[in-house]
Design a protein around this ligand. Structure first.
Ligand code: BDR
Ligand code: CA
Length: 303
């Protein structure tokens, strides 16, 4: 299947892109970038750097720098580090962004590939909402939209109710959930059941010294955050779990419901069931060991 990852790299984003590079079922046709874990200039630079490291010849189309209606963005430096890759501070600028902005690139690819195209969005949903505004057929044209975001039946990670990607642009997220796009939501309901531990990174680094070693090095910061803030002995494979859900749906338990996003107040960014909205397949359960093993197996095939 043709795949575009809309991303804000980001440590777990880097893992997801490495996974997609290793998984034979995907033909990665582009990366589109968005603000979130970092400013968009950093996420675009990081995406180009990753593509280069992974030997991927894919365009990187840079997108939204702020949420709908916002005039600035505060990156998640405490989670992903100053430059998005943990303790790594010197990240070279490799190549250039694609001529088209992310939303136009998404629309163009949806027209070209139609139902063969899967869009996996693992950052705030601003680019996706922009593509839907740009072309009202975008939502209907694509094969599936798989989103890492939300916390439907569990607590959030940015406040008690909201998950970070949705919280960063609740307006865009609500717009996306009001369309007829064939959508799968891979939120904290499942991604905190796919913990990747320091030992997992070590064995990955042994088997795939270049890629696994890089992911292990950038993840030290991320693992510390999870240990100190969430008291967890490992980090969620958030974005990789969404990429895995694009192709390995049987690893997940699913519940169909419409969704709306709370816009204000203490639950701002919460994803709430709303039967009056178009149906979304919400992942409510996962075989976490299978996801972790598949991730390791596939990434271990890389250099
Ligand atoms: C999501 O937020 C970001 O920090 C991660 O990259 C992931 O996409 C998890 O809530
Ligand atoms: Ca992300």
């Amino acid at each position: 299947m043709k795949l575009i990852i809309d991303t804000d790299p980001g440590i777990d984003d880097a893992m997801a892109i490495a996974y997609a590079a290793a998984a034979p079922e995907f033909d990665l046709v582009g990366l589109t970038t968005v603000f979130g874990n970092t400013h968009v200039e950093q996420s675009s630079r990081n995406a180009r750097y990753l593509a280069h490291r992974l030997g991927l010849d894919v365009p990187v189309a840079s997108g939204a720098g702020v949420a709908r209606g916002a005039d600035g963005h505060m990156p998640s430096r405490h989670v992903h580090g100053d430059e998005g890759f943990g303790d790594l501070t010197e990240i070279p600028e490799i190549g250039q962004n694609h001529d088209l902005p992310a939303a136009e690139f998404l629309v163009e690819m949806a027209r070209r590939h139609g139902k063969d195209l899967t869009v996996c969005a693992v950052g705030p949903l601003t680019n996706i909402a922009d593509a839907m505004r740009l072309d009202p057929d975008f939502a209907r044209n694509i094969g599936q939209l798989v989103i890492m975001g939300g916390a439907v039946f569990c607590p959030g990670n940015i406040n008690a109710h909201a998950e970070a990607n949705i919280f960063h642009d609740p307006v865009a997220a609500d717009e996306v959930f009001s369309t007829a796009a064939p959508t799968v939501l891979v939120g904290l309901d499942v991604t905190l059941k796919t913990l990747y531990r320091a030992d997992d990174f070590e064995s990955l680094a042994k088997n795939a010294p270049e890629t696994g070693g890089f992911l292990r090095d950038i993840s030290r910061f991320y693992l510390n955050f999870y240990r100190e803030v969430a008291g967890l002995d490992g980090c969620g494979l958030h974005d990789s779990t969404a990429v895995i859900a694009c192709s390995h749906r049987s690893m997940f338990g699913l519940h169909e419901t419409g969704l709306r996003v709370v816009q204000d107040g203490e639950a701002r960014g919460a994803t709430r069931p709303d039967p009056s909205r178009p149906p979304v397949l919400v992942c409510t359960d996962v075989n976490g060991d299978q996801v972790v093993d598949l991730f390791t197996q596939r990434v271990a095939t890389l250099p």
